[in-house]
Ligand binder design. Structure first.
Ligand SMILES: [Zn+2]
Length: 285
């Protein structure tokens, strides 16, 4: 068990419609918010919101409490966020539901979806940092997002798996590929993990070369996106075709090619930065 956690500090409750919210004193809406996970699912109210209130929506065992975040990523002060890992999914409460984190993109606000992803990454970090990699000692929470070894003092923060994704265009065509590990029949963009000692731009060039045998130029940053499946950061780029004919990396890709705006294949999920990159191109002549 970790060091004892404080009770979630009181803070502004965004989830005013939640039936779990207790009556606030003096007309104020105050309370904690609860990001509770089990087997990749997150606990939501029946209405599809983050549970909110002065007490957790279900009774939590001490070992189910992972960490408490005092602030939202945008710096909202005083909002207590309790992150938890449930031993069993909640299936017997008509006012609550469990839902895969990915699906919540379509239900939660953009801010809450990103916050839920951060909490899921902290749960993953917690599950994978029980003991010190240096001396084998017990790791305990040091700050709300980091741990320290009880024996040797080594500090540890969640490590991100950084990946690039790139939109390559040639005239009025876009390069799209289908990988063997895609869950459905959608086509995406060339992507891959950044290797140690490599710049992001070098990674973009390497991945395009490895997957398609194409040379590219004019690499430009587009945007980035946390990808909490389980703990990633996607960094999006655009680039122009330079030379070569497509030769697909068969071990990774099952299909790929150049597509025009009026002949696009099945697109990635709107929650992905791939979708944003493609739609940004498709909406411009
Ligand atoms: Zn240690």
């Amino acid at each position: 068990m970790c060091s004892p956690l404080p009770a979630p500090p009181l803070g502004e409750c965004l989830n005013a419609a939640s039936p779990l919210q207790s009556t606030p004193p003096k007309g104020e809406r105050r309370g904690g918010r609860y990001f509770l996970f089990c087997q990749g699912d997150i606990l939501l109210t029946k209405e599809g919101t983050i549970p909110c209130g002065d007490t957790p929506p279900i009774e939590l065992k001490p070992w189910e409490e992972v960490t408490v975040l005092k602030h939202s990523p945008k710096g909202g002060a005083g909002r207590g966020l309790l992150v938890g890992l449930l031993s069993h999914p909640v299936t017997d409460r008509p006012d609550l539901q469990m839902m895969p984190l990915r699906k919540t993109f379509h239900i939660l606000s953009a801010e809450d979806y990103q916050l839920a992803g951060k909490c899921a990454e902290l749960v993953y970090f917690h599950q994978n940092s029980k003991f010190c990699g240096v001396c084998g000692g017990e790791m305990r929470w040091q700050t709300e997002i980091s741990k320290q070894c009880k024996e040797c003092g080594k500090e540890l923060w969640p490590s991100l798996a950084t990946a690039i994704i790139v939109r390559v265009t040639r005239g009025d065509e876009i390069l799209m590929v289908h990988a063997h590990n895609f869950r459905d029949r959608h086509y995406g963009l060339v992507a891959g993990f950044v290797e140690t000692g490599e710049t992001l731009e070098e990674c973009v060039q390497r991945e395009v070369w490895e997957e398609t045998q194409l040379r590219i130029t004019n690499i430009r940053y587009f945007a980035s996106q946390p990808w909490p499946y389980p703990s990633g950061l996607m960094v999006g780029f655009t680039a122009d075709y330079l030379s070569g004919e497509i030769v697909l990396q068969k071990a990774e890709l099952s299909d790929g090619g150049w597509y025009k705006r009026d002949n696009l294949p099945f697109l990635p999920d709107p929650s992905s930065i791939a979708y944003r990159l493609i739609m940004d191109w498709a909406s411009h002549d």
